[in-house]
Write a protein that binds this ligand. Structure first.
Ligand code: NAG
Ligand code: NAG
Length: 301
């Protein structure tokens, strides 16, 4: 429910899927998990080739040989967001076509989060499994910079006063994995503040400080009442995650209403941090494949 992988909801169909060519894939490594690894990038088994370093999200989808549709969505407050869709109507056996599934990226990121691992990317795994995959992009990231009446150069676009645009240069590289070089996702201080609020354990609406009364009619921002959740939640977390520690995940679980507790998966490995959910070498084996099995089972029951 916090930053990162969240709320993914989906099944399995082989054979009916057209095997696409992926000619562009045999490339040299261009991403490593640490600065040190970059010294031996060419011959370092910890590094890999990531299409997302060189290509944007729609280009990756097309280069990987998947169909692509692009949608613009207008929010109630005038932001125009881009959604990409990998439709599943190429799956000839209509029984094998699964539900639509919406993937929402986390903080300081874009939907390329789900596309950067070649065929082992979550978006393509789901598509291969027959799902109709939709990729969202937060306001302010490079795919969603439009607004009905404003541009990203208007302060008001980033909402209220002190908001500024975070570039990669503003991030402390020591603490941010190197592969953020491919994540130029625009994020406002507002969103970062909000995330910090979550990290501090306050699962609440954005805190406008002294402006809270204007927006909420109360001096503090309202807590999200997750007891009201109706949809099933399947939590995937790691015992080794510094962004979303196990205690937070379990706390969220405890606060979910009974009807929403679909299940949870704890990744119990010595090394598996937040970012490994997306870029870890074992992401497919430990996270994505199990997730697809959960989804398949959920929709078939
Ligand atoms: C790459 O590394 C492996 C194992 O570290 C080594 O056996 C191999 O000779 C290296 N190849 C090159 C081209 O350096
Ligand atoms: C954009 O401007 C139009 C015309 O002034 C106005 O009607 C509309 O409400 C504005 N949209 C937003 C989201 O402020």
């Amino acid at each position: 429910m916090r930053s990162g992988l969240s709320g993914v909801s989906v099944s399995l169909v082989l054979g009916a899927i057209v095997i696409f060519s992926n000619a562009a894939i045999a490339q040299e490594n261009n991403v490593c998990p640490t600065f040190k690894d970059y010294h031996t990038i060419k011959n370092n088994s910890r590094c890999w080739y990531d299409l997302a370093v060189e290509f944007n999200a729609p280009e990756i989808i097309q280069r990987m040989g998947y169909p692509l549709l692009t949608y613009k969505v207008r929010t109630a407050d005038g932001y125009i967001l881009t959604m990409f869709r990998i439709p599943n109507d190429h799956v000839k056996n209509t029984n094998a076509r699964k539900h639509p599934i919406y993937l929402q990226h986390g903080l300081v990121s874009t939907c390329a989060t789900f596309l950067g691992k070649g065929r082992d990317s979550l978006a393509f795994i789901l598509s291969d499994a027959g799902y109709d995959v939709w990729l969202g992009n937060y306001r302010g990231n490079p795919y969603s910079e439009e607004h009905e009446n404003m541009t990203i150069y208007d302060q008001e676009y980033w909402n209220h006063g002190t908001i500024s645009y975070i570039s990669e240069d503003d991030l402390q590289l020591e603490s941010v994995p190197v592969f953020f070089n491919q994540l130029p996702g625009g994020t406002s201080i507002k969103i970062l503040n909000h995330a910090a609020d979550f990290v501090l354990g306050n699962f609440r609406k954005y805190n406008y400080g002294r402006l809270n009364p204007k927006y909420y009619g109360t001096s503090s921002s309202p807590i999200y009442d997750i007891k009201k959740l109706k949809l099933p939640v399947y939590l995937v977390f790691s015992g080794q995650d510094w962004v979303t520690p196990e205690a937070d995940a379990l706390n969220l679980w405890r606060n979910l209403p009974e009807r929403s507790r679909h299940g949870m998966l704890k990744i119990n490995r010595n090394v598996f941090n937040h970012i490994d959910m997306i870029y870890g070498r074992h992401a497919r084996e430990w996270v994505y494949d199990p997730l697809v099995r959960v989804l398949n089972k959920a929709i078939s029951s």
